[in-house]
Design a protein around this ligand. Structure first.
Ligand code: NDP
Length: 485
């Protein structure tokens, strides 16, 4: 009989020696019959699951969400049904482009993914710390990310590829401007806002919908790192943000965010001055002011990083009744890509792992698959429809219907003003912020190998605001091109 202090093999048998392998005499060779040694080495070889292609480096924490304002007239989502209602959640913050061991304090958007364990199943809000994105059609995502990753020949980051893609994809200008601004390097995960970025739909108990956008506002205040400070920290302590989050929670300094939504009546989407589903645009808060919803507090660190953070799987398609998607083309692509990534990375049964499984019961007819470690439905009925009392659909939970129009073809959004909002951002910055933004862009563009790329990109900045473009051109020792490139 073993007890808790007795080391066992993975099949539960007591281990007699964990320091010396079985060898033929004290010089060896080692005998293949040492199955404890074989199992130990073989398991070690399999300790890593594939790294996330994006958002590989991250930190997570548990917490709760509490409703502070009654929004039940807009959504029937149970976890938002009454003021004071609390829902447990898990959050993962991350950088995007770097590998699992890369430095935290780089210039990069930050992932801001929240899993609400609601009474009606899990709801994942898989956002970033920026309100917009670089592209607005998922078909461009693999190409975009290739430019952010390593060059296939040099295995180095390639600024020419980065700016080539951006200059040829002017819809990126708004997000590029945010990324290159002071907020491109947050001081910590605690000192940044979070955004759902896409448009989503809320549906109420009468089946009436509204379009919404989510904003998490940090209660710690926005704070950023100057590039030289960030670069020094990246060398001294590449895990700076991970450590900061862990230590803050460990000492009881629980970070918190207020959640707000912007609400747009459905019919406004047809008449708004640009396409509100385009994720490269914000909805002006002058048109759609922020409405408070609740408060998120992170108050518990994970006990085990791999089990809870590395195996956590978030998908924008993990929705609950009362919350639907919008036609946003980037969101539509993510509905497939995220769950697909998790099936590849963690397995077909990833949603059954403790960190991912809902707090409520799961009743369906999915069976088997690799690593099915629960009872797999036992002997219960395994098909539908059936005459044996198996679980049935509840029609009141069907997705709200909405009309769609159009001719099926490969076609872009109709609105192509990529400049006004990037310019609005530039114009809302102080002179000091503008000057740091320009310097950051000039430094980032200097290594670009082709002048044509620099000139094309300068033109975009110029169209956003002539002062913006002119200063970048001056910094690069170039003139703003007069003819379209
Ligand atoms: P508003 O003046 O109503 O809102 C400005 C927004 O910009 C606020 O959300 C504010 O949030 C944020 N902001 C303030 N300073 C900075 C900064 N240095 N860097 C980035 N964001 C900042 O104007 P509009 O809603 O019409 O938007 C104008 C521009 O503001 C947009 O083109 C966009 O670039 C930017 N913005 C807009 C957001 C939106 O949802 N409408 C969200 C974030 C940015 P806070 O003070 O809390 O940081």
């Amino acid at each position: 009989m073993t007890n808790k202090n007795h080391l066992t093999t993975s099949w539960g048998a007591p281990v007699g020696d964990n320091q010396n392998s079985i060898t033929a005499g004290s010089r060896g060779p080692t005998l293949i019959q040492d199955v404890h040694l074989l199992e130990k080495l073989a398991h070690f070889n399999r300790e890593r699951v594939p790294e996330r292609v994006v958002h590989a480096k991250g930190a997570g924490a548990h917490g709760y969400f509490e409703v502070t304002n009654d929004v039940s007239k807009h959504t029937k989502a149970g976890f938002l049904s009454e003021v004071g209602k609390r829902t447990p959640l898990f959050v993962r913050f991350s950088t995007v482009a770097g590998e699992n061991g890369s430095a935290d304090t780089v210039r990069d958007p930050r992932g801001f993914a929240v899993k609400f364990y609601t009474e009606e199943g899990n709801y994942d809000l898989v956002g970033n710390n920026t309100p917009v994105f670089f592209i607005r059609d998922a078909i461009k995502f693999p190409d975009f990310i290739h430019t952010q990753k390593r060059d296939p020949k040099t295995h180095l980051k390639n600024p020419t590829a980065v700016w080539d893609f951006w200059s040829l994809s002017p819809e990126s200008l708004h997000q590029v401007s945010i990324l290159m601004s002071d907020r491109g390097i947050p001081a910590t995960f605690r000192h940044m806002h979070g955004f759902g970025s896409h448009t989503f739909k809320w549906v109420n108990a009468d089946g009436d919908g509204v379009w919404i956008k989510y904003h998490f506002k940090t209660e710690q205040g926005v704070a950023n790192l100057a590039p030289d400070v960030a670069a020094k920290i990246a060398g001294d302590n590449p895990d700076y943000h991970t450590e900061d989050l862990f230590n803050a929670i460990e000492k009881g300094d629980f970070p918190a965010w207020k959640l707000y939504v912007q609400i747009m009546p459905l019919e406004d989407a047809n008449t708004y001055r640009f396409d509100p589903f385009d994720v490269t645009k914000v909805w002006s808060q002058k048109d759609y002011p922020l409405i408070e919803v609740g408060r998120m507090v992170l108050d518990k660190n994970p006990e085990n990083y791999f089990a809870e953070v590395e195996q956590a799987t978030f998908s924008p398609g993990t929705l609950v009744p009362g919350i639907d998607v919008s036609p946003d083309k980037m969101l539509q692509g993510r509905l497939f890509a995220y769950s697909d990534a998790h099936r590849y990375r963690v397995g077909a049964n990833h949603q059954a792992l403790p960190i991912n499984r809902p707090k409520k019961e799961v009743n369906n007819y999915q069976r088997d698959g690799q690593m099915r470690f629960d009872s797999n439905g036992g002997g219960s009925v395994y098909y539908e429809p059936n005459s044996f009392g198996g679980p049935k659909e509840t029609p009141e939970n069907k997705q709200a219907a909405y009309p769609v129009y159009g001719v099926a073809e490969s076609v872009g959004y109709e609105h192509n003003d990529h400049y006004t909002q990037a310019g609005d951002l530039y114009r809302l910055l102080s002179e000091e912020e503008r000057s740091r933004l320009v310097n950051t862009i000039v430094d980032a563009m200097k290594p670009v190998e082709k002048e044509e790329i620099k000139l094309r990109q300068i033109q975009h900045f110029y169209k956003a605001d002539p002062d913006y473009g002119k200063r970048i051109a001056d910094g690069l020792g170039l003139a703003v091109p007069q003819e379209a490139l």
